[in-house]
Every structure is written in structure tokens, then in C-alpha cells.
Design a protein around this ligand. Structure first.
Ligand code: PLP
Length: 296
């Protein structure tokens, strides 16, 4: 569903939001797209359990747990941070995943870094049996195939398609399905290089670009300015954003519109990739740090 935003913008520019956050109540946004063909593949392979990886507030962990419950798979989450083992009840994401039936394997940050190492994977298979393994963030070729379904032919009217970038899976699907006249802009939410190379593994050559400068300190980091922007946007447009991905995207796009970095009359489509389950965990942190909280 596309929703045009009624806020005053210069240069005759319009903003429209693709509400992927409304796709499913618990398997949110792009994580639904990324899981869809993987779930079908796991079924085709006769697998009964899904194993995947993530951090304490991971949207992917929440989505994989909910998808397992809905589609009849056991789920195992390899979670970064051993200290979380006694804190599941304090963590909204992990509590939710546990409620969906997910089994956790908490590992140290050092061990977590080996998450793609074949030896580590073999050890997990020895422990949990013949599981279907999804990488961190769920990005693989089948995930890209799912993300190619985000844009539809009706979206050809837009001149620009803007999306938040984590691992680069979602933008790859969008690049592959965009019309050649459209420019795809990715807003990385983390510091550091290597994303373009990851995107090029899955995406065709196309009219796309990464826009740096809107990570707000790095992955999962926020500033009071970002929170104030989110609350203001929610009040004006009635659309709730998540602090890790979509808030940074929307801030970046609106900032660049105001700076005159989009052409006159641009029709911009922003992808709301979901992730709203992360707000509760972020607000706990913000309260602890006595910072402004996200209004919902
Ligand atoms: C995971 C996620 C992204 C990033 O998707 P990638 O495919 O990893 O780039 C963007 N938005 C939300 C809300 C997410 O949960």
C-alpha cells in the first residue's frame, strides 16, 4: 500500500511511503519479503527447524521466530551476547521470540564473529540436527527474490526510490525490479565500507547510489535530534518510524529535499521496511540514559 505524505516541501516534490510495515502484524516489512522464499525452500527440503543469527534487538530474530510459529518450524536463534541469557524477560525482542517458541543459543561476541565459519556452522548442525540455516539479517539469493516483489508496476510513476540499507539485501531486490528511468537511493544505517560490493553480489548493474552521512553514529545508535525528528514526523504524518532503519532514511531524504539535492518535481517513494518491534527495546535504553523517548 502506498500513502502520500501531506507535508509542505519545496520544489514541487512529493513524498509517498510504501507501507511494508503493514504487511504482517509480526513478520514485519522487508523481513517478510526476505523470509518468504526461504520458508518455501525449507519446506521443499523437508526441514523442520530454522536456525538463524542476530543481536539483542534484531528485527530478523523477531520475524524468524514469528514465521516459524506461523509456518510450523522450530526456530533456533544464535544471539550475540552471553550476558543476555539471564535478561530475556527485560528484552522485548527476545521475550517476543521466546513466546513464539524460539530456542536461544547465546554466544560471546568473539564466537558470534565466526557465524559464517564452516566449523562453527557444523558444530551448530551437530547440536541442533538438520536445520535450515539463514544468515544474519536473512540475506541470500532467495531473500533478494522476495525483495524483488516490493516494487510493482504501479510504482513506475516515481522518479526516485529510497530505502534504508543494512546488509544490502533489500536494496538489491529493489534495484533488480526498478524501472530503468528510476533512481534507487540507499541510506546505510551503519558506518563502514563494503556495502557496495555486497550489493553488487546480488544486484544487476543499475541506476543506484548509496547516500552516506545519515547513520547517526552507527548501527543501532541514535541521537536526541533523530528521536525528535521521529516524534515530529509521527505527529505530522501519522506514520510511526523505527529508530534503527527507517527514521534515518526518512531524516536523510527530507534533509536532502530541503537542501535542494533532489530535482524539481521529483516524485519520491520511500520504503517503510517495518522494524517497529525495535521501539520498545530502544525506549528502555533511552529511559536508562535519561534521553527523550520515541512516542507511539
Ligand atoms: C533489516 C532491515 C533493513 C535492512 O535490510 P537489509 O536487507 O539488511 O539491507 C531495513 N529496514 C528494516 C526495518 C529492517 O528490519
Amino acid at each position: 500500500m502506498n500513502q502520500e505524505i501531506d507535508i509542505q516541501l519545496p520544489h514541487n516534490i512529493t513524498l509517498t511511503v510504501k507501507r511494508e510495515d503493514l504487511l504482517h502484524p509480526h513478520i514485519s516489512g522487508n523481513k517478510f519479503r526476505k523470509l518468504k522464499y526461504n520458508i518455501l525452500q525449507a519446506k521443499a527440503e523437508g526441514k523442520t527447524a530454522l536456525l538463524t543469527f542476530g543481536g539483542a534487538y534484531s528485527n530478523h530474530i523477531a520475524a524468524a521466530a514469528a514465521a516459524g510459529k506461523e509456518y510450523g518450524f522450530k526456530t533456533i536463534g544464535v544471539i550475540r551476547g552471553e550476558e543476555l541469557v539471564n535478561k530475556i524477560g527485560d528484552n522485548p525482542t527476545l521475550s517476543f521470540a521466546k513466546g513464539c517458541g524460539m530456542t536461544f543459543n547465546f554466544v560471546s561476541r568473539e564466537a558470534y564473529r565466526q557465524k559464517t565459519d564452516p566449523v562453527f556452522i557444523e558444530a551448530l548442525k551437530a547440536k541442533y540436527g538438520d536445520v535450515y540455516i539463514l544468515s544474519e539479517g536473512g540475506t541470500n539469493a532467495l531473500a533478494i527474490q522476495g525483495c524483488e516483489e516490493i516494487l510493482t508496476p504501479e510504482d513506475d510513476v516515481f522518479t526516485h526510490v529510497c530505502v534504508a540499507v543494512g546488509t544490502g539485501g533489500t536494496i538489491s531486490g529493489i534495484i533488480n525490479s526498478a524501472n530503468p528511468h528510476q533512481q534507487v537511493l540507499g541510506f546505510p544505517v551503519l558506518k563502514g565500507a563494503g556495502l557496495s560490493a555486497d550489493i553488487l553480489k546480488f544486484a544487476q548493474i543499475g541506476n543506484w547510489q548509496l547516500v552516506e552521512g545519515y547513520h547517526f553514529g552507527g548501527y543501532g545508535k541514535v541521537t536526541p535530534e533523530l528521536i525528535i525528528f521521529m516524534n515530529d514526523f509521527f505527529e505530522k504524518a501519522g506514520i510511526l518510524l523505527d529508530p534503527v532503519y527507517t527514521a534515518k532514511l526518512f531524516f536523510g531524504v527530507i534533509d536532502r529535499v530541503n537542501k535542494g539535492l533532489f530535482p524539481q518535481g521529483a516524485r519520491i517513494l520511500l520504503i517503510h521496511t517495518g522494524g517497529l518491534q525495535g521501539i520498545a527495546g530502544m525506549n528502555n535504553e533511552l529511559i536508562r540514559k535519561k534521553l527523550p523517548v520515541i512516542k507511539t
